[in-house]
Design a binder for this molecule. Structure first.
Ligand code: RIB
Length: 306
């Protein structure tokens, strides 16, 4: 079973169902809400775990009830929480998420404790036998870069999901196997539009050259994913589903793609697997409650290949 070290964010999400996201000055009566575990790092970790990976999660929560609840979710999933730190300096990460009736969402992230991970703690997070390090950009940038240097020293490949959207020096990430932004993140990294397939390909090419990643995989939601590198240069189409909430679909994609690449060594297969897992995550509300199991993804892919 591949072992993945996820160094990333962990949040308590408040997911509210509403008719539409309020305009400036407008009040909208909500239809319901729930508190669910989330955070881009923890979502990708739980996704890869449910799909059969062995996962070590490294991150930081506050010394509060959300932090305790979030740790319990990880351990209940069978994820190694020995590198999850607790800080007195900030509360646990919190993310109110508004989901419209038509399935569009809007997220506000209060990073809190996620920003308290320290560069000097990185070496101790590299437990034995790690096959890949998976990160996102909801933790301090210097931590992501330091972790990539540590991974390089140990010969471990890095997968970077470039969310949320921001300028980031991808050229400084070491040992980069896969760089995977979504469309907005690609625009933030390159300043290039990604509306057409040709534009997306051009942006992927810039990212591939700038980052020295082996693969660039641009997540394009309901359109699929653009795969460039290692001899691939193609759009991998999405699976059509009845989407109710896209929250964590991208995190699921990255977790699933990373795990499947480690299992098969075949990046096209891994991207298709990521598309399947991400599509299933979009069919349910919330972040971690929506993440599919290995059996669900395999059944879905088998049905869609008939
Ligand atoms: O990608 C979805 C995630 O973004 C949510 O779970 C929220 O916590 C934010 O980190």
């Amino acid at each position: 079973m591949p072992k993945i070290l996820v160094i990333g964010s962990i949040n308590m999400d408040m997911v509210a169902r509403i008719d539409h996201i309020p305009k400036q000055g407008e009040s909208v009566i909500g239809e319901g809400y729930s508190f669910n575990p989330g955070g881009k790092g923890a979502n990708a970790a739980v996704a890869a775990r449910r799909l059969g990976g062995e996962i070590v999660f490294a991150g930081c929560v506050g010394d509060d009830d959300y932090g305790k609840a979030l740790r319990k979710v990880l351990t209940d999933e069978g994820i190694d929480d020995s590198c999850l730190q607790v800080t007195q300096e900030a509360p646990s990460g919190y993310a109110p998420i508004l989901v419209q009736k038509d399935g569009q969402n809007g997220i506000v992230v209060f990073p809190g404790a996620n920003m308290c991970i320290k560069e000097e703690d990185i070496p101790s997070m590299f437990v034995n036998g790690v096959d890949a390090v998976m990160m996102q950009l909801e933790i301090p940038k210097n931590v992501v870069l330091a972790a990539s240097r540590e991974a390089e020293k140990r010969g471990i490949p890095v997968v970077l999901d470039a969310g949320p959207a921001q300028a980031f020096p991808v050229e400084d990430v070491k040992s980069l196997l896969v760089l995977s932004p979504n469309e907005t993140e690609t625009e933030a990294l390159t300043g290039m539009p990604v509306e057409t397939i040709e534009q997306t390909r051009a942006a992927a090419q810039v990212l591939l050259e700038r980052s020295h990643a082996k693969f660039v995989v641009i997540k394009m939601g309901a359109r699929g994913a653009y795969l460039l590198g290692g001899g691939y240069d193609e759009m991998v189409p999405a699976f059509k589903v009845q989407a109710v909430d896209p929250t964590a679909a991208g995190d699921t994609f990255t977790g699933a793609m990373t795990l499947e690449y480690l299992r098969s060594g075949d990046m096209k297969k891994a991207v298709v697997y990521g598309c399947g897992a991400g599509a299933l995550a979009a069919t349910k509300m919330g972040a971690q409650p929506s993440l599919p199991t290995r059996a669900e993804v395999e059944q879905f892919l088998a049905e869609r290949s008939k």
